[in-house]
Design a protein around this ligand. Structure first.
Ligand code: IPM
Ligand code: MN
Length: 301
C-alpha cells in the first residue's frame, strides 16, 4: 500500500462542546474505516478560543502548511464567550476556508425518520434537498473598512465581492452535483437580482451560461426572500439550491431547523480539486453553556 492510500484526517475539536461532539464523529469514522478496510491516520489539534487566550495566537506559524498535508479536517466548533465575536471566526474558520480555497459549502438538508420538524404536515419525504453555498467571496471576503471610526461622522463599508471565476466554479459544481444526485434534477439559483443589480447580475448571467452545458438539468430562480417562504411552505419543491455566501449562510439556518435543528445539520467545506484539503463541521456552534454535560446531539459530525 502506498502512502497515498492512507487517509489523513486532522481533528480540531475547537471550542465549547465542539470536542465532545467531534469525538463521537471520530468513533463513527473509525468504525466505517474498519468495515471498509480504509487505512487512516488521525492527528489532534487544539486550535480555538482556549489556546488563543493562553498564547495570543489563533493559527500559529506553519499551521496552515501542516494542515495542508491532510486529506480532510474535522472541525468541532468555533466561538468562545471570552473572545470578541469575529476574532475566532475570521482567524480560524474563515482563514481555513480561504487558505484551502474550499469554495463549496455543501449543506445537505434531510429530515430523517423519527426526527421532529417544526413544519406541520411535512415528513422525511418532503424535506430532502441540498444547499450549495459559495464559500470564498461575497461579504465574507473581508473587503471594506472604517472612515472616521469612533466619531459622529463614522462610515463603515463592508463590500460584497463576486468574481466570474468564483461564481462560475461554484455554479458548475452545483450542476454536476445535481446531475450526480439524480433526483428531481432541478437546480434553483437563489439570489437577489432585483436589488443587487451588479453582483447578482453576474451570478444570473453565469448561471444562464453554465446551464447551456447541462440541458438535462431543469433550472429555476428564486429571490432569497421568496426562497425563505417557499422553503417553509413547499420544501418538497427543492432538489439542489446554489447560492451566494451570505445568503447561503442565512438560508441554511432556516433549512437546518426544518431538518430538526442545528444538532443534526452538517456542512462540508470542500475544495473539489485533486489534492485539495476539505473540512467538515457540525453546524451546531460551540454552545459553551452545555460544555462537559454530554447533552449535545452528536449526530451531525
Ligand atoms: C456557518 C457559520 C459561519 C458562517 C460563522 C461561524 C462564521 O455560521 O458556517 O454557517 O457564517 O459561515
Ligand atoms: Mn451559518
Amino acid at each position: 500500500m502506498s502512502n497515498n492510500d492512507i487517509r489523513r484526517v486532522a481533528v480540531n475539536g475547537g471550542d465549547g462542546t465542539g470536542p465532545e461532539v467531534v469525538a463521537e464523529g471520530v468513533k463513527v469514522f473509525k468504525a466505517v474505516a474498519e468495515l471498509e478496510n480504509i487505512k487512516y491516520e488521525i492527528k489532534d489539534f487544539d486550535y480555538g478560543g482556549d489556546r488563543y487566550l493562553k498564547t495570543g495566537e489563533i493559527l500559529p506559524d506553519g499551521a496552515v502548511e501542516e494542515l495542508a498535508a491532510f486529506d480532510s479536517i474535522l472541525l468541532g466548533a468555533v466561538g468562545h464567550p471570552e473572545v470578541a465575536p469575529g476574532i475566532l471566526e475570521k482567524g480560524l474558520l474563515l482563514e481555513l476556508r480561504f487558505s484551502f480555497d474550499q469554495y463549496i459549502n455543501l449543506r445537505p438538508v434531510k429530515l430523517f425518520p423519527g426526527v421532529e420538524t417544526p413544519l406541520a404536515g411535512k415528513g422525511p419525504e418532503d424535506i430532502d434537498f441540498v444547499v450549495v453555498r459559495e464559500n470564498t467571496e461575497d461579504m465574507y471576503a473581508g473587503a471594506g473598512g472604517f472612515l472616521k471610526k469612533n466619531t459622529p461622522d463614522e462610515v463603515a463599508m463592508q463590500t460584497a465581492v463576486y468574481t466570474r471565476k468564483g461564481c462560475e466554479r461554484c455554479i458548475r459544481w452545483a450542476f454536476e452535483y445535481t446531475r450526480k444526485r439524480n433526483q428531481k434534477k432541478i437546480l434553483t439559483l437563489v439570489a437577489k437580482t432585483n436589488v443587487l443589480t451588479y453582483g447578482h447580475d453576474l451570478w444570473w448571467r453565469t448561471f444562464q451560461d453554465v446551464a447551456k452545458e447541462y440541458t438535462d438539468i431543469k433550472t429555476d430562480y428564486n429571490h432569497v426572500d421568496a426562497c425563505c417562504m417557499w422553503m417553509v411552505k413547499n420544501p418538497e419543491y427543492y432538489d439542489v439550491i446554489v447560492t451566494t455566501n451570505m445568503f447561503g449562510d442565512i438560508i441554511t439556518d432556516l433549512a437546518g431547523i426544518l431538518q430538526g435543528g442545528m444538532g443534526v445539520a452538517a456542512g462540508g467545506n470542500i475544495n473539489p480539486e485533486p489534492g485539495g484539503t476539505s473540512m467538515f463541521e457540525p453546524m451546531g456552534g460551540s454552545a459553551p453553556k452545555y460544555t462537559g454535560k454530554n447533552v449535545i446531539n452528536p449526530i451531525a459530525p
